[in-house]
Ligand binder design. Structure first.
Ligand code: HEC
Ligand code: HEC
Length: 328
């Protein structure tokens, strides 16, 4: 066949319509209008947030539909088209530069989201997500409301849980230092409260801990561990000031297991996220030693009774005086 201009134009149009049918036609035909079991109507504020999600191109980095093999919480319940009934346009996205957001609602409390949208580096120091601080406060709130609604009724359950724990966390914080630390440590199961850090606090371990701290914790807990990082003005309760913990550690003798448990699981209701998906066990123990040595001035590393044996112990000896025996 001879390649005339007419053939070229018709051919190009056919390719265009075929791709448009595959990319737009088939998905819109398969979107159901029957709500799924977690669907609920969006409120006007959440709808305004959805507009902002579309306008600001969040879908260039985030999906609202996950693959079962992915790590993000969306994989705990794969999104169905019935989750997005009435959402116009429902941009589910295929780009996964950032985490999937289909079950994002209630993953973090509101204050975390507001700090994060204002500047993602406040809560996630090495994040490449852009800041949205050019938005008005009302718009940041709408975006937060929308993100908190992702996951429908399942998200509402998680949100209610966040709010219930937040009331307790704020009450404990308002009750003063002793009450707060007591409350925080009471959330940690007994076996962890009596578990020393099994890893030695060698120079290398402390350097590793420091590096992880700078990547994940620094803008909340601050470079000197006093909780006055750049995120602090947004958060209630504010990030913990580690330097105030010494007396409690002296009374308890152990701190490694407490730090480990809190870093692994986060503290529901507060902005403190869980890190079990980001950090392997050894990294969390190294972090716990770094916090203890640098900010509290004492570590229980490698003392008895050892709940867990570290894979290495070397010749390291704990030179931190056991609490209570130091000179007054
Ligand atoms: C350039 C890519 C990019 C764009 C655009 C982007 N994000 Fe992100 N987002 C990320 C990355 C990477 C992370 C993970 C690091 C972090 O927490 O900031 C993230 C994290 C998040 C999280 C937290 C997820 C979690 O639970 O840890 C939310 C919520 C979120 N983004 C919402 C949005 C919204 C809403 C928009 C649009 C207003 C947006 N993002 C635009 C890349 C992006
Ligand atoms: C988004 C802010 C934020 C980030 C990021 C963050 N934290 Fe926290 N952290 C908090 C808040 C808020 C609390 C709870 C304060 C309260 O209830 O008084 C807390 C509490 C803690 C506690 C509890 C200590 C105790 O004695 O009970 C530990 C340990 C801790 N954070 C360690 C870390 C480490 C390590 C990282 C980084 C891997 C980190 N945090 C990242 C905000 C944050």
């Amino acid at each position: 066949m001879k390649m005339t201009p007419a053939v070229l134009i018709i051919g190009a149009l056919m390719v265009f319509w075929a791709s448009a049918f595959i990319i737009v036609g088939i998905p819109s035909m398969t979107m159901k209008e029957t709500p799924s079991e977690i669907w609920r109507q969006l409120t006007p504020e959440e709808e305004a947030g959805h507009r902002l999600y579309v306008i600001n191109g969040c879908s260039y980095c985030h999906s609202l539909y996950i693959r079962v093999s992915d790590w993000d919480i969306g994989a705990e319940r794969i999104a169905e088209s019935g989750d997005y009934v009435g959402v116009e346009p429902a941009i589910l996205g295929t780009e996964r530069t950032g985490p999937d957001l289909s079950q994002e609602g209630g993953e973090h409390p509101e204050d975390w989201n507001i700090a994060h949208f204002t500047n993602p580096r406040h809560t996630s120091p090495i994040s490449l997500m852009p800041s949205w601080d050019f938005l008005e406060e009302r718009e940041i709130r709408a975006l937060t409301a929308y993100v908190q609604a992702l996951g429908g009724k399942a998200a509402d359950v998680r949100q209610a849980r966040q709010r219930q724990w937040k009331t307790q966390a704020v009450a404990a914080y308002s009750g003063g230092l002793d009450r707060n630390v007591e409350w925080l440590h009471a959330q940690v199961p007994e076996v962890w409260r009596r578990m020393p850090n099994p890893y030695p606090a060698t120079e290398a371990a402390l350097q590793r801990g420091k590096r992880i701290y700078q990547q994940f914790c620094i803008n909340c807990h601050s470079p000197i561990g006093d909780g006055k990082g750049s995120a602090e003005p947004y958060l209630s309760p504010p990030p913990l000031n580690f330097t105030t913990l010494r007396r409690h550690v002296v009374e308890n003798r152990y701190i490694g297991g407490i730090f480990y448990y809190q870093i692994m699981n986060g503290i529901t209701g507060t902005a403190m996220p869980y890190f079990k998906k980001h950090l392997e066990s050894e990294k969390i123990w190294d972090l716990a030693n770094y916090l203890a040595v640098s900010f509290v001035g004492y570590t229980d590393a490698n003392i008895e009774p050892r709940g867990i044996d570290a894979s290495y112990e070397g010749a390291w000896r704990n030179s931190y005086p056991p609490p209570g025996t130091e000179a007054k």
